[in-house]
Design a protein around this ligand. Structure first.
Ligand code: 76R
Length: 248
C-alpha cells in the first residue's frame, strides 16, 4: 500500500464565481444601482480591514468568456468565517443581479514531499506565511480545479512515496522557472468539493499563465497523472475600478 503524504493546511478558501444579469441591472432605477454599488463597496472595505489585520485575504477579478463575469476568491481561518462572507454577499443588493456561475470550497495546502529528514516545516515562518497568504493583486488570475488520475497503470494513489517525490520535485523545478512572474496557490479539496485540488495562478503578464501551464503539461506528473476541470481567466478588478465596471 502506498503511503499518504502529510499535508499542512492553512486558511479555508472559497472561489465564488458570479454571472451578472446585465438586463435586469440596466432596467434597475439608478438609485437602486447606486445603493447596490455602495453596499458592495462597503463590504469590500470590510474585507480589506480583515486582510490588513491578517485574519484573511481576498481578491476580486473580472472573468473573460461566458463561464462567469467575476470571481471573488476569499480566504478565512475557519469554514464558519468563510460562510459568513458568502452569506453577506448573497444577502446584498448586488447579489440580486447575479447568479452563481461556479464555486469551489478548499483549504490552502502544502505537502511534505520536499521535507528533509529531521525538519519540521510547520515551524518555518515562510511556510506559515504561505499557508495564510495575502493574495497578490496582480493583473491576472487563472483558476482551475484538478485531480490526479486513478486508472489502470496510471494511478497516482498507488505509486510509492519515492516515485511521487521524484515527480513532484521535477514539477517544482518547472514551477521555479516562473519565480517572480507567477504566484501559485494550491488548495486541497478532498472531501470538500468535486475535484481534489484547485490551482490559482496570479500573473502580471497573461502569457506567463499560458506558458507555465503548457510547459507543465510535459512534466510527467501532469502528462501522465493530471486531469483538469474548467479554466477561468481574468483581469484584476480593483475596488476603485468597480463603479466603471458596473456602469451601464
Ligand atoms: O511547495 C512548493 O513550492 C514545493 C514544490 C511544489 C509542490 C509540492 C510545487 C511548486 N507545487 C507543489 C504541489 Mn505545484 N502547481 C500545480 C499546477 O497545470 C498543471 O499541470 C498543474 C497545476 C501548477 C500550474 C502549479 C504551479 N502543485 C502541487 C500539487 C499538490 C500535489 C500533491 O500533493 O500530490 C498540485 C495539484 C500542484 C499543481 N507548483 C510549484 C507550481 C509552481 C509555479 C511551483 C513553483 C513554486 C516556486 O518555487 O516558486
Amino acid at each position: 500500500v502506498a503511503e499518504a503524504v502529510e499535508t499542512m493546511d492553512g486558511w479555508y478558501c472559497l472561489h465564488d464565481l458570479r454571472q451578472i444579469d446585465w438586463t435586469s441591472w440596466k432596467l434597475a432605477p439608478v438609485e437602486e444601482r447606486e445603493a447596490a454599488l455602495a453596499e458592495f463597496q462597503a463590504l469590500l472595505a470590510k474585507w480589506d480591514e480583515v486582510e490588513q489585520s491578517r485574519n484573511g485575504s481576498h481578491a476580486v477579478y473580472s472573468i473573460l468568456g461566458h463561464k462567469a463575469d467575476f470571481i471573488m476568491m476569499i480566504l478565512r481561518p475557519t469554514m464558519k468565517e468563510l460562510e459568513e462572507v458568502e452569506l453577506a454577499f448573497s444577502k446584498s443588493k448586488l447579489a440580486e443581479f447575479t447568479t452563481p456561475a461556479y464555486s469551489y470550497v478548499s483549504v490552502v495546502e502544502l505537502s511534505k514531499y520536499m521535507t528533509k529528514e529531521g525538519e519540521d516545516p510547520e515551524q518555518n515562518p515562510e511556510v506559515q506565511a504561505r499557508l495564510k497568504p495575502r493574495l497578490p493583486k496582480w493583473e491576472h488570475i487563472c483558476f482551475y480545479p484538478m485531480d490526479k488520475r486513478r486508472s489502470g497503470n496510471d494511478n497516482w494513489y498507488s505509486l510509492p512515496m519515492e516515485d511521487r517525490k521524484k515527480l513532484m520535485y521535477e514539477h517544482g523545478m518547472t514551477g521555479r522557472k516562473y519565480a517572480g512572474r507567477i504566484r501559485q496557490i494550491i488548495t486541497g479539496s478532498m472531501g470538500f468539493d468535486d475535484w481534489e485540488w484547485s490551482v490559482t495562478l496570479f500573473a502580471h503578464d497573461s502569457l506567463d499563465i499560458k506558458k507555465l501551464v503548457y510547459e507543465m503539461r510535459f512534466d510527467e506528473v501532469s502528462a501522465r497523472y493530471g486531469e483538469f476541470g474548467a479554466f477561468y481567466v481574468g483581469n484584476l478588478l480593483d475596488r476603485d475600478a468597480i463603479p466603471a465596471y458596473l456602469h451601464v
